[in-house]
Ligand binder design. Sequence first.
Ligand code: URP
Ligand code: ZN
Ligand code: ZN
Length: 479
Amino acid sequence: MGVIIKGGTAVTAEQSFKADVYCEDGRIAQVGLDLDTPTGAEVVDAGGQFVMPGGIDPHTHMQLPFMGTVASEDFYTGTAAGLAGGTTCIIDFVIPAPQTSLLSAFHQWREWAQKSVSDYAFHVAVTWWDDSVHQDMGTLVQEHGVNSFKHFMAYKGAIMADDEVLVNSFTRAWELGALPTVHAENGELVWQLQRKLMESGITGPEGHPQSRPPEVEGEAANRAIRIAQALKTPVYLVHVSAKESLGEVIRARNEGQRVFGEVLAGHLLVDDSVYLNTDFDTAAAHVMSPPFRPKGHQEALWRGLQSGNLQTTATDHCCFCADQKAMGKDDFTKIPNGTGGVENRMEVLWHAGVNTGKLTMNEFVRVTSTNAAQIFNMYPRKGSISVGADADLVIWDPEASKTISAKTHHQNVDYNIFEGMTVRGTASHTISQGKVVFKDGELFVERGAGRYIERPPFAPYFDAIAKVRDQNPPVFVER
Ligand code: URP
Ligand code: ZN
Ligand code: ZN
């Protein structure tokens, strides 16, 4: 049975127009004014509301084994929470332990994700290097629909990628038509600053931002971008949180380099005062990397989004409850890093972005959905309202308001970094694969209904970079 959305205003990355949308067999079948209602179709009244492509959160970590524990949100609860907030697709991360097989890790994550209720895809982290990694990257791209690889420049002694790994992996990614992505923080600086702070008696969560100041991020951003420049590969920086790293992204883009930047809803809205809270649980609940920054950085990040220098918004949804955060009660370096937000990203961005005039509705669609679909090569299947696209849609009530709280959210975590924030503009309905899965505050999800989305290599921007390389080959290619 199909679903017809009647009387709404469709909002895409390009335009807004009055239209009904008919979904059948999981796809958008018709878009137009005053469509006839097919017999038996479920009718959703979208009068006074906006119909937008479902959100894509390109950065989540469901049930991630990390820092001696496992993230509390699994693929079932996490994708359900996403749907409750209008996010219909996530891109999560497969993170193999160093010296272990990328392919085995990929299969492990695929198994964990079987219970997802919305669609999902995977980036795969490159945490070490040898010939098997080179080979597995090829297999992942050519046989398993992976087109992006992640590099953690932080987390020394665990999953940190050094320059050798970065150079080898970026080179290989280019051959395969895959996009290298980086968590840009200088892991050595963080490591040494952590030791010094602990030795000086700073053991609480206030030590976390002190051990990861903005320069740490700026240095790594510059290094990753310069490596990409030398190798003439594109590069995507996850969670740009500081003026210093944003500055590197802007500089490189102004110089013609194909650099993409992501910003987290949390970094746009939460500042570093949270670490001064004398209640350990509250301060520790905000420990994530990079940390929340002083307010001036938020203004810069908003400008980055407005100017198009940052293209995507994400959450880095990686949840740990208070009992897990307590692992670092006497040593902030042991507090599991991560915060949630997959359910709230779209509403907080609408509230703080569209309601204030920082973003147009079309820009909102671009930064919450379409740009991610294009950069990670899922467009127009995802991120568009077009005939043949997946029927992943959110119906947005611009007048509905709600106050965000851990007491009422669907996320499987006991804290919400947006606690107490009242937002105007929320999802009234979410449609996933052509089915109404969220309506008037209630979820109607089916365990395992989510599909793994294969993403082909060689997104359109590869062709553009190839032309530049032909004229001016990278340092490693024979001239
Ligand atoms: O603190 C964070 N962000 N935890 C998840 C892992 C990462 O760095 O993305
Ligand atoms: Zn990260
Ligand atoms: Zn992350």
